[in-house]
Write a protein of this length. Structure first.
Length: 79
């Protein structure tokens, strides 16, 4: 059972459960927005001329953000 479903199922037992479920849903939606933005940026970067230095800087930033998100996701799974 998904954590959100579990929290909502037991929401009557604690208001904190309902708040936690809402926060998790909010974070999941925010995550999906970020992932979509990164995918769009990747597509845009693929079509950009490689010689433009600002595109290279943006590419490096996106790579660093992706790495950080992956590390955070890995750490969250371990907890």
């Amino acid at each position: 059972m998904d954590i959100v479903e579990n929290l909502l199922t037991h929401a009557g037992e604690s208001e904190l459960n309902a708040e936690a479920a809402l926060e998790i849903e909010h974070l999941r939606a925010e995550n999906e927005i970020l992932r979509t933005a990164f995918a769009c940026a990747d597509v845009a970067m693929a079509g950009a001329p490689i010689w433009h230095s600002q595109h290279r800087v943006l590419s490096d930033i996106l790579a660093a953000v992706k790495k950080t998100l992956a590390e955070l996701e890995s750490a969250a799974e371990e907890s």
